[in-house]
Design a protein around this ligand. Structure first.
Ligand code: 5GP
Length: 209
């Protein structure tokens, strides 16, 4: 069996990251590939339908800061005005069981793990267009207008960092993008593959808006 790895997956909100990760988890399950999604800690309030210990460990700001001060997190960041962090124990216990782990984290978290000597792959998911990104953020319908504006601004800022990641996936066709994500995780393609020219050109085009 190959050594288990971390798969750091980032995307601007509205790029369809969570659905792609769900699809990759289903594919892994069908292929008997041990793969789970890391459950982060956050000070954000639960959205409708979210539950504690499944979507996030929802904690108060004081609790989060106590954990941060006792080096509980492998990485943490403030995103859209809330704190998010990944537990070292959670990650280590899964890896020691041979389970590959997806970390759905932002660029700041990716950089912190990048500085550690861990076995990981980094993946950035691009939206098919800036227009689609804006539409998805506006249609989430669960937040106030200021939060939407902040998410839009952050989404554009995050895109600026996409080229720091080893793998870029364009979420233009859902099934194709889900296959690409799963193939990277299952190591079905050369891990030395450099993002092809077409994707880089596409990214440059997104950034020019
Ligand atoms: P949401 O509030 O929509 O669930 O997540 C907002 C952002 O926080 C997303 O970009 C997500 O990737 C990021 N995020 C979620 N959990 C973590 C975490 O543990 N660490 C970091 N650095 N970012 C996270």
């Amino acid at each position: 069996m190959k050594d288990p790895k971390l798969f750091l997956v980032s995307a601007p909100s509205g790029a369809g990251k969570s659905s792609l990760i769900d699809a990759a988890l289903v594919r892994a399950n069908k292929s008997d590939l041990p793969l789970e999604l890391s459950v982060s800690y956050t000070t954000r309030l639960p959205r409708k339908g979210e539950s504690d210990a499944k979507d996030y460990f929802f904690v108060s700001k004081d609790e989060f800061l106590d954990k941060k001060n006792s080096n509980f997190f492998i990485e943490f960041a403030e995103v859209h005005g809330n704190l998010y962090g990944t537990s070292i124990d959670f990650v280590e216990s899964k890896l020691s069981l041979g389970v590959n782990l997806i970390l759905e984290i932002d660029v700041q978290g990716f950089r912190q793990i990048n500085d550690l000597s861990m076995n990981y792959e980094s993946i950035f998911i691009l939206p098919p267009s800036i227009h689609s990104l804006e539409e998805r953020i506006r249609n989430r319908g669960d937040e106030d207008l200021n939060a939407i504006d902040l998410r839009l601004k952050n989404a554009k800022d995050e895109l600026e960092h996409a080229s720091e990641y080893k793998h870029l996936i364009v979420n233009d066709s859902f099934d194709k993008a889900a296959d690409e994500l799963f193939n990277i995780i299952a190591q079905n393609e050369s891990l030395n593959k450099i993002n092809d020219e077409e994707v880089q050109q596409f990214l440059a085009q997104l950034l020019s808006y």
